[in-house]
Write a new protein. Structure first.
Length: 96
């Protein structure tokens, strides 16, 4: 389970646990053909001459690759992915 902890500068803190099943469901949505086509359309919307190739989205949003990454993340429990402290006192921690 991935744990996201956010603490704001005015002492408000909350924690958000994200199960790996939610991550797998989100990766299925991201890897769907309809979503990839929409991402390709949005990416090339404002470009006049240089177009981003569709193969880039097919490579980055590969369902098998995403599931393999999520499976490997589950094997490394306790690893801190993000630990950020801003000047205004806001803290964000993402931990496996």
């Amino acid at each position: 389970m991935m744990k996201i902890k956010i603490k704001t500068s005015n002492k408000i803190a909350f924690s958000l646990p994200v199960p790996y099943s939610i991550l797998k469901a989100a990766s299925s949505i991201l890897a769907s053909k309809k979503f990839r086509n929409q991402m390709h359309k949005w990416a090339n919307q404002d470009l006049e001459h240089k177009h981003i190739p569709d193969a880039l989205f097919n490579t980055l949003l590969n369902k098998k690759l995403m599931n393999e990454i999520i499976r490997e993340l589950g094997k490394h429990k306790g690893t801190v992915l993000v630990d950020v402290r801003l000047n205004d006192g806001t803290e964000v921690l993402v931990k496996l």
